[in-house]
Design a protein around this ligand. Structure first.
Ligand SMILES: Nc1ncnc2c1ncn2[C@@H]1O[C@H](COP(=O)(O)OP(=O)(O)O)[C@@H](O)[C@H]1O
Ligand SMILES: O=P(O)(O)OC[C@H]1O[C@](O)(COP(=O)(O)O)[C@@H](O)[C@@H]1O
Ligand SMILES: [Mg+2]
Length: 533
């Protein structure tokens, strides 16, 4: 029940309260969401986060007021820090972290993460390239008030949510002795429309074996003021928010309101999405489980089509704006002949088109399997069905069923135009994949995320999202992970590897598609989501 504050960390307090005139060592960039302490100022650390010599710093303000490092800074180091409660609560008391005395950490060589530890965003560098952007390394801090925390889960399901809930509750209890953990039920709206439940190590003991979320979830219903009123009324001072990009935007709004009201409340985001489209972090939890489960659907499709003449299997996988699940499931399977994702436009007719490729594969092998991300080809489907844009309660565009559409298109083409009999098998395992419990490696990953979030909040950090950056867990300013969404980059090697593996057409030679690539699809991907709910 003690709050371990790292406010006494020398480099941190120095950076926040003074800009030493003779210092030259580091660029310190406060997160843009951290409005209380000189958003657009450059902080250079007298006591470097990491010792280096001969450093030269050049900095310039970007249009949004953040500090950017200039081009020629070979030795520059930028820490994009997360806010800390002491930024707006100067007299926050701190206590020794009880972890040192805990059984688990008693013999660990380095129990606490040094305030000088940082995680580099870019890991592949050249000899002369700048040191670039860094995030504060996640983990327990040296230094502890009463904690009353809560956990909420928002957005779509994903394997592993229950493990994260369990590990937050157990982590708080086992490591810090916190026994006041409230479960907010049914997503953001649960803060003001439902009763809370008490979460104890006992009540969450085996929830990690189940899919879904023990706390239930919802889309929409984010009302910042009502949520923060509720946090205040219930005397909550740590909020753990598990959710995707939409949820993290909501978390940022809660953090800002908390800061505006000067409340001693730490807001910690744990990124969740099966689509793996959250920026900055290496990968989102549940993604590996999803890719593995997708293999079962692909196998089934392959078995089916292999057993008939001219069998065509179509497997639809999740991926609203990004085709990571489809791409990885295809690369893992080897039974897939063609993978279609939202980022890579395709066309059906003519030379180099999908129909031609399907016919080729049928002639060659007698069967074929297509893996399709649900967001692929949406504009074609919309054109055919003359459908209007509809949105869910969170403002996400509701997708049309590209799987059914493609199934029909291929059938029509071969039956009516090519006069060939084809045997179509369409499999849509999307919700089955999302609803399962996480596999072993995702379970471990979820544990690390939960424990890192707990250590961060216990140390007094706030307004952060936790996640692995180049395999090291870091505290990332929330705005960093919500400003863009990860998509499969067609110009990266991974997509080339997939094309090399399936030997499918890239579809990029067609003029029409080329035009779309330039103009439409990337706009679509970035504009599909409205920003407020
Ligand atoms: N821009 C935003 N500002 C505040 N809350 C948001 C925003 N976008 C989404 N939310 C809220 O976050 C929650 C989850 O968002 P959603 O997009 O459904 O899922 P995900 O978080 O997985 O992306 C919803 O309750 C929604 O109201
Ligand atoms: O039908 P639902 O539950 O709204 O969810 C469908 C969507 O959820 C997703 O799994 C993504 O969920 P998030 O928004 O939570 O990341 C998409 O792949 C899918 O389009
Ligand atoms: Mg989302």
């Amino acid at each position: 029940m003690e709050f371990a504050l790292s406010s006494s960390s020398p480099s941190l307090s120095l950076s926040r309260n003074s800009i030493p005139s003779n210092s030259c060592n580091r660029l310190f960039r406060p997160t843009s969401s951290s409005s209380n302490f000189a958003q657009s100022k450059l902080f250079s650390l007298k006591k470097p986060l990491i010792s280096r010599q001969n450093c030269s710093i050049k900095a310039q303000s970007s249009t949004n007021g953040a500090i950017n490092a200039s081009e020629d800074q070979n030795d520059d180091f930028i820490l994009e820090d997360v806010p800390h409660l002491t930024d707006f609560l100067t007299d926050l008391p701190s206590y020794p972290n009880p972890l040192k005395k805990s059984q688990a950490y008693a013999i660990v060589k380095r129990t606490f993460v040094s305030s000088e530890d940082a995680v580099a965003q870019k890991i592949v560098v050249q000899k002369d390239s700048p040191r670039g952007l860094h995030f504060r390394r996640a983990g327990p801090r040296e230094k502890a008030q009463e904690v009353r925390s809560c956990v909420v889960t928002c957005g779509g399901l994903c394997p592993g949510i229950n493990t994260v809930i369990r590990e937050i509750v157990c982590g708080l209890n086992n490591m810090y002795g916190v026994d006041e953990v409230l479960g907010i039920q049914g997503g953001y709206r649960g803060f003001y429309s439902k009763n809370t439940i008490q979460l104890t190590p006992k009540s969450v003991n085996d929830i990690h074996k189940r899919g879904g979320t023990f706390l239930q979830t919802s889309r929409g219903g984010h009302d910042t003021n009502k949520i923060v009123d509720n946090i205040q009324d219930r005397g909550i001072n740590q909020v753990y928010i598990i959710g995707g990009d939409g949820t993290q935007k909501g978390a940022a709004a809660i953090y800002k309101e908390v800061e505006k009201r000067g409340l001693k409340v730490a807001v910690a985001g744990i990124p969740k999405t099966i689509d793996n489209d959250i920026a900055v972090i290496d990968k989102s939890f549940g993604f590996d489980t999803a890719v593995e489960e997708a293999q079962r659907a692909i196998n089934a499709a392959h078995v089916e089509v292999e057993s008939v003449q001219n069998g065509i299997g179509i497997v639809k996988l999740m991926g609203r704006y990004s085709g990571f699940i489809a791409m990885h499931a295809t690369l893992a399977s080897r039974d897939v002949d063609c993978c279609l994702i939202p980022e890579s436009p395709f066309y059906l007719e003519g030379q180099g088109g999908l129909f031609e490729f399907v016919e080729e594969r049928l002639k060659e092998n007698g069967h074929m399997v297509i893996v399709l991300a649900e967001g692929a080809g949406q504009e074609y489907v919309a054109q055919t069905l003359h459908a209007d844009d509809k949105k869910d309660a969170s403002g996400n565009r509701l997708l049309l069923d590209v799987g059914l559409w493609l199934t029909q298109k291929i059938k029509d083409h071969f039956t009516n135009i090519r006069k060939m009999d084809v045997n179509m098998k369409y499999i849509d395992p999307t919700y089955m994949i999302r609803a399962i419990p996480s596999n072993a490696s995702d379970n471990i990953y979820c544990t690390l995320l939960a424990q890192s979030a707990v250590h961060g909040a216990m140390a007094g950090y706030t307004g952060f999202t936790v996640g692995p950056v180049n395999s090291r867990h870091a505290y990332i300013p929330i705005s960093r992970v919500t400003e863009t969404q990860n998509i499969v980059k067609l110009t990266d090697r991974m997509w080339a590897r997939l094309l090399a593996s399936t030997n499918q057409p890239s579809f990029l030679s067609c003029e029409v598609v080329q035009e779309r690539v330039n103009k439409q699809i990337f706009d679509d991907i970035h504009n599909m989501k409205i920003t407020s709910t």
